[in-house]
Design a protein around this ligand. Structure first.
Ligand code: G6P
Ligand code: ZN
Length: 583
């Protein structure tokens, strides 16, 4: 048996180690400085306290980006030195963020142990590689991100840290082969368990979805499928689930081999960055595809985001969550007993609200950020939730879940086609969306991003919009001067949220203008940008009249876009005549 000792290494604080709820994200060149990662990890152990660390079972894995392998060895040695009892590592260090959440909640070790927390090594949809980003975040025993109380303490600890502990004499673990290695340290046994990355997650998915019915769809000659993991970790799970379990053709997987630099791409599943999928699905402006697949989807680097596409058809994330919620009870066994409630983030379109109303479901509108859903789920108040930023999920875990969203769509396709896979026409993704609009009305929706604008200008623009809100009459006068064909603003405010579970209040969560006909304009500053400020403008128009739901989205939204840009004086404050990204 290999014996290790505990060494205390002297260190000094680094500036700027403040984690958000999505963890600490920095350039790789920052992370590889001697002691940088170590300081953060020790600060986390100290913030958790001895009772959450001594004897603990920790998951350590991530999206496989550059520096992950080194980081896993460092964290394992530090865990051993801090009295952790077991470290669990997905094979090759690969686990999607939702898979980590599932492993924490569901996996039982050979000795009956359960995980107490996790270090997730990812910077989500940010590019990877020696010149790009690395990240680390800590998740708690419920499988969700550490709450602010803990992340604040981690940060305070990083500002005063003087030493960290690391095991000496503990060899690097071979993370490419599954199996348990056992070591002896001053506080007793220490085990490293390298396990199959997908088994536990797959088991959870099988307890939620009807796999045989999805298999029927995937094997039907009428159906075709394409999944693009953008070289992120979702590729590992996709191969096992879609190909090996559900029988999809191997050629339906694109970019499903994880790469440390995501093949040089930007692993964010949207119409701009998921280029290959967009082309295959017949949605590229420059390339024409003669016969696109019936269904396509993409994931981000760590597999928690998703984009869903039909043949030559884009499903907005806001519609996606509404459609999943509307069909869940019939199509997904996990929800057959009914939904506890549904929730969306404030800037996400109100498509979900209409479903909630029709189905008489509890409904919550929360600020941007997945953590707000977690509280509702822990309290048993929410089953399905989603965000316009390509996040969809449910209370099966405490992270958004990209592959879950695809399985939800496959389940809906299976349900809608249960009688016509033999004869009759396939009910397509586009059919399902159009039927949904015909039943519930359509929320035309677009988002304009102004990236890396001057922070001062962005602040002034927001202040200008807040000031305008004091007189709705004045606002309506200005608007009528811009376009006479938009309806009246009936309410305007800065969104504020009181968490119904813990009573905490979140202020200044974005500026809303609500129109009489259900249209909305929302302005907010991004919380995830790394340079300057990013202004996001969300534009939404509700159309109940079924003869008007088939319009081109850009065209339908043109009057509101004009109003938004002129009312906010966008060009004046930002110097920009066009957005950086338009979705
Ligand atoms: C992260 C969070 C999401 C959130 C998004 C918003 O991805 O996990 O829950 O919707 O950031 O980003 P933004 O840049 O709009 O603040
Ligand atoms: Zn992500």
């Amino acid at each position: 048996m290999v014996m290790f000792k505990v060494t205390r290494v002297e260190t000094t604080p680094f500036e700027g180690q403040k984690p958000g709820t999505s963890g600490l994200r920095k350039k790789v060149k920052v992370f590889i400085q001697p002691h940088y990662l170590q300081n953060f990890v020790q600060a986390t152990f100290n913030a958790l306290g001895a009772d959450r660390v001594k004897g603990a079972t920790l998951v350590v894995s991530g999206d496989g980006r550059y520096y992950s392998k080194d980081a896993i060895q460092i964290i394992t040695k530090m865990a051993a030195a801090n009295g952790v009892r077991r470290v669990w590592i997905g094979q090759n260090g690969l686990l999607s963020t939702p898979a980590v959440s599932a492993v924490v909640r569901e996996r039982v070790g050979a000795d009956g142990s359960k995980a107490t927390g996790a270090f997730i090594l990812t910077a989500s949809h940010n590019p990877g590689g020696p010149h790009e980003d690395f990240g680390i975040k800590y998740n708690m025993e419920n499988g969700g991100p550490a709450p602010e109380g803990i992340t604040n303490t981690i940060y305070e600890n990083t500002t005063t840290i003087k030493e960290y502990m690391i095991a000496e004499g503990l060899p690097d673990v071979d993370i490419s082969t599954t199996g348990v290695s056992s070591f002896d340290g001053p506080e007793g046994k220490f085990n490293v368990d390298v396990f199959d990355s997908t088994s536990d997650y797959l088991k959870l998915m099988k307890s939620i979805f009807d796999f045989p019915s999805m298999q029927k769809v995937l094997s039907s000659p009428k159906f075709s499928f394409c999944y693009d993991a953008l070289h992120g970790v979702a590729g590992v799970h996709a191969k096992r689930i879609f190909v090996e379990e559900l029988g999809a053709n191997e050629s339906s997987l694109v970019n499903c081999v994880p790469k440390e630099d995501f093949g040089g791409g930007h692993p964010d599943p949207n119409l701009t960055y998921a280029k290959e999928l967009v082309a295959r699905m017949g949605l590229s402006k420059t390339h024409s595809e003669p016969n696109p697949p019936e269904f396509g989807a993409a994931a981000d680097g760590d597999g928690d985001r998703n984009m869903v596409l039909g043949k030559r058809f884009f499903v907005t994330p806001s519609d996606s969550v509404a459609i999943i919620a509307a069909n869940s009870v019939q199509a997904i066994p996990y929800f057959s007993g009914g939904l506890k409630g549904v929730a969306r983030s404030m800037p996400t379109s109100a498509a979900l609200d209409v479903v909630a109303k029709h189905l008489n479901l509890k409904f919550f509108e929360v600020p941007t950020g997945w953590k707000f859903f977690g509280n509702l789920m822990d309290a048993g108040m929410c089953s399905i939730c989603g965000e316009e930023s390509f996040g969809t999920g449910s209370d099966h875990i405490r992270e958004k879940d990209g592959i879950w969203a695809v399985l939800a769509w496959l389940s809906i396709l299976a349900y809608k086609n249960k009688d016509n896979l033999g004869g009759g026409n396939l009910v397509t993704v586009e059919d399902i969306v159009r039927q949904h609009w015909a039943t519930y009305g359509r929320h035309y929706y677009t988002r304009y991003d102004y990236e890396n604008v001057d922070a001062g200008g962005a602040k002034e623009l927001m202040a200008h919009l807040v000031k305008l809100q004091s007189s709705i009459d004045q606002v309506n006068k200005i608007i009528k001067g811009i376009r006479s064909d938009v309806s009246n603003v009936v309410h305007a405010d800065e969104f504020e949220y009181k968490d119904p579970v813990d009573g905490s209040v979140s202020k200044h969560q974005g500026i809303r203008y609500l129109f009489e006909d259900g249209s909305r304009l929302v302005f907010r500053l991004s919380g995830t940008g790394s340079e300057g400020a990013t202004i996001r403008l969300y534009i939404e128009q509700y159309e109940k009249d079924s003869s008007k739901i088939g319009r081109d989205s850009q065209e339908a939204l043109a009057p509101l876009v004009e109003v938004a840009l002129k009312l906010s004086k966008m060009q004046e404050y930002t110097g920009r005549s066009a957005p950086t990204v338009e979705e």
